[in-house]
Design a protein around this ligand. Structure first.
Ligand code: HPA
Length: 272
């Protein structure tokens, strides 16, 4: 069922023998620059890795890099699958489980998101404390693969409490303003309606995006510890008079990436 993850792991290990990444990084739209901080990097195109699927979205390079981030062996994914590209649970399960098989313990996810608060504008960073799945889908539907985790499992602390504490104190030390909140995932590809945004706000959501949640589900199933940050690229639909575009997402994502990069590097310094 998830043979692809084992094949991918073997292939990746052949490209960089004797390298065991402890940290996994998934870079969202416009956030690819962060991968350039890796030292002694080996980069592999998704097209060459068994079970990895080339991404179709601009701003997602579709490459996996292995290297050292501040001395921490790290594997970095530039490119992810979104359900609006067509449901592809196998692809998502494969790249997350490959990280697990490679030895990753902590998965740091990033994404671009719209803010549901006027006082959290484009350019802000939000640490995700919890999520709501409004994608109407779940990557673990179907037979369970016991090799990776149990059929039923809890999501109480999907976003690791200790890692959140570390990230919060790193942000303070670096004078980086890091808000916290609940991320709601939608299918996309269109942005939301103003009515949907009002509804999400009344339900307790703080930011909205089209990714991450399916990856967190697969990652928690196989026991990865999660820390996640949204780069706020816009106020959500109806909150101002500006029309939302993917270009704006990329532009503000790239700006946020500079600060996010500092935050991630600071985070690696504090890892045990
Ligand atoms: N909605 C959904 N996804 C997004 C947004 C948004 O406003 N901004 C960036 N990704």
């Amino acid at each position: 069922m998830t043979e692809a993850a084992f094949k991918a792991k073997t292939f990746i290990q052949q490209q960089k023998p004797n390298f065991t990444p402890k940290l996994g990084l998934i870079l969202g739209s416009g956030l690819s620059e962060i991968a350039n901080s890796l030292e002694d990097a080996t980069t592999i195109s998704y097209g060459d890795i068994p079970g990895f699927i080339q991404t179709t979205i601009s701003g997602h390079a579709g490459v996996l890099s292995l290297g050292y981030l501040n001395g921490v062996p790290t594997v970095c994914l530039q490119g992810r699958k979104h359900y609006y590209e067509g449901f592809n649970d196998e692809a998502i399960k494969t790249y997350i489980r490959t990280l697990k098989l490679l030895g990753v313990d902590i998965l740091f996810l990033t994404n671009a998101a719209g803010s549901l608060h006027q006082d959290v504008p484009a350019g802000s960073l939000m640490m995700i404390t919890d999520h709501m799945n409004f994608q109407g889908h779940n990557p673990l539907i179907g037979p369970n693969d016991e090799a990776f985790g149990p059929r039923f499992f809890g999501m109480e602390e999907a976003y690791d409490v200790d890692l959140r504490e570390i990230l919060t104190s790193v942000a303070q030390d670096l004078s980086i303003h890091l808000t916290q909140g609940v991320y709601v995932s939608v299918l996309g590809p269109m942005f939301e309606t103003p009515a949907e945004i009002r509804a999400f706000r009344s339900l307790g959501a703080d930011a909205v995006g089209m990714s991450t949640v399916s990856e967190v589900i697969v990652a928690r199933h196989c026991g990865l510890r999660i820390v996640a940050v949204s780069a706020i690229t816009n106020l959500a639909a109806g909150m101002n008079n500006e029309a939302l575009t993917h270009e704006d997402t990329l532009y503000h994502g790239q700006k946020a990436a500079i600060v996010l990069q500092k935050l991630i590097v600071g985070f690696t310094q504090e890892l045990p």
